[in-house]
Each structure stands twice: as structure tokens, then as C-alpha cells.
Design a protein around this ligand. Sequence first.
Ligand SMILES: *Cc1c(COP(=O)(O)O)cnc(C)c1O
Ligand code: SF4
Length: 358
Amino acid sequence: MSGEWQGQLKGFVNSIERLKQHINLTAEEEKILTETKTTWGTTPYFASLMDPDDPSCPIRRQVIPSALEQQNQFGMEDYLVWKENRATEEVRPDSIARQYKDRVAFTVTQVCGIYCRHCFRKELVVDGDLELDFNVDEGLLWLAEHSEVRDVLITGGDPFLLSDEKLEYLIRKLRELPHVEMIRFGTRTPIVLPQRIDAGLKKVLGGYHKVPIWINTQCNHPKELTEETAKAVFELLSCGVNVGNQAVLLKGINDDVETFRALHQKLLQVRIKPYYVFYCEAAPGIDHFRTPVEKGAELIRDALRGHTTGLAQPMHVVATNIGKIPLMPDYYIKDKDAQHYTLCNHKGEQTRIPNIPE
Ligand SMILES: *Cc1c(COP(=O)(O)O)cnc(C)c1O
Ligand code: SF4
């Protein structure tokens, strides 16, 4: 079977020659691509969105390796082992990462439709230094024995690069577990490979079920949102699948007020609900993408809250080994005494509400 999306993967842009069909490489980019051993590349579709002449193009920077990846001052060693609690006492298959009681992340593949330069799972997905065994049946068995898990987040890599048959099997097996109340997927395909959302996949995902499917994609810049993506999202929604976004805050890509606001407004325009904005994690080799910790909260304060609809507002979180920690602006409560709370809005205006004793 070979549909349009398989064609996109066959034509995967992961050589200098193929990249040159889309952009004019700088001498520096070409040098790095010649020397690097890292996995890199994306689909011809996503490559076609790159600016042919601007090396600082936000799409280009997510795709093409930089010399700065070798400079690692702040990245933590064995980051994923720490982050995914792999060194703790509970025995789990490699495919199951756990930080919470009621939900887990279930990794089913290491393959992606783009090898993001800012990926926090770089050691695994991009550089392949960490070798893990993602046996789906082993993960399913573990889940069957853990009735406290009501929410399974299927991740990768990109799970939507699995065949329809494999996805159908996975979803069917999860729905057979009486304690699983919802199935989630993390996938960049609506952004980098919208062709994946085809009739075959809709058949696998769609329809009314007691156990719903929620997906979160990752879009980091308004330039990534095209008519193709809008249609793919519409197809997902129209078959009963909810679509959210998990952006990564990236220095020089989306960390200014205008871009940050445009990204979140445009996501709603294509029917994607902003869910999270992640602080760029302390994984090795991505220092150059990382902003100060406060930046995300500042952007929510200055670009979103009050400036545009609450629907456009994600929660800013830092993902850690003990779970996702919200880092949100905290200017709202200006003062409080026994009688009143003094509240502050995005313009600095103040108002008072009564302080109700318990
Ligand atoms: C992110 C994550 C989840 C899901 O967290 P939500 O806040 O529910 O989206 C679950 N398990 C792990 C290990 C995660 O990293
Ligand atoms: S698609 Fe996700 S897992 Fe794959 S490289 Fe990008 S951020 Fe990492």
C-alpha cells in the first residue's frame, strides 16, 4: 500500500542534494551537514515551507542542524533517564514513562516526520545514544496490570508514522482494558505531514466510542499553519478526534510578543486548541534555543491574557522528572486584606472584590 503520505516519507529530505531542491544553503549550513552524524531531516511538504534565502527562517532553524548543538553548557547528562524516571524502583518496560499515578506516556516508535533540532528526546530520537526497546505488546501487558492508569498518552517519536494496521491494533487493545478511559496521541503529523490524515487513518481513529481519542500536535510558529494543516485538523475533528497544541518556547523563533500572539490566534483559526507552551528543557545540545525561565510567563502576560481570547491561551509549563510545573504570570493579585482582594488586569487597571472568610 502506498498513499501520498508514504510518498512524502520516501522523498524524506535528509540529504544536502534534496535540501538544495528547496533552499539555497549557506556555506556554514553545508559544512555542518557534511560533517554531522546526527539524524536530521523532514518531509518534502514541510521543507517546502522554508524560506529559500533566509537561514534564520523559523522552519529552517527547526530542521537544519546548527554548530551550536555541539556547545553544551547547561544541558543535563542522561537527561531522559532523569526526566522519565527510568532509574526509579518501579519496574516498567522501556516503553512506559511515568510521573503520575493516573496516566503514563507510552512510547511506541522512534521515527519522526521531522527531527526537530530542539527535541528534548534528542538522545533517543535524534542522536540514538540511548537504546531502548519499544515493544508494544510488553507495554500493553504492563498497562493491563495497572488498573490505576486511566489515561494513556501514546508518544514517540511520532506514533502516526506507524501503519494504520498497527494503530488499529494498539487502539483496539487499549479499549479492551476496562480501566482506560481515554487515549491520547502526541504527533507532529498535522503540521509536518498533513497527508497522513487520510481516509485510512480516519477509519482507524474515527467514530463514536466510549473511550475517546485526543491528540496534541506541536506547532511552534504561525508559518507552519497552512491550508493543508487546516484541512487535516478539520478531518480529525469531524471524525471525533480532539486536537490541541503543545508548542515549545524557542529563542529567536517564537519568543517575541507578535509571533507568540499570532501563533496562538492562528492555531484557533485552524481549529487547534492551544494546550501547553513548554519551557525548552535542559536536554543536552539545545542551549541556543532556551530562553530565561520567566520568558513564557511574560509572554502570556504581554501577548495573550486580556489581549486576545482566553481560548487562545495555553498553560506555560516546565516539564520535569516530577511532572509538569506551571509557570504562569502572577501579577493578578495586587493586594489582599481582611476585607478585600485587589485584582489587576493586563492593562494594569485595578479592581476590588470582597474577601470571603471560610
Ligand atoms: C506529559 C506527560 C504526561 C501527560 O501530562 P498531561 O499534563 O496530562 O498532559 C503523562 N506522563 C508523562 C510521563 C508525561 O511526560
Ligand atoms: S517530532 Fe517530537 S519526538 Fe520527533 S524530533 Fe520532533 S520533538 Fe522530538
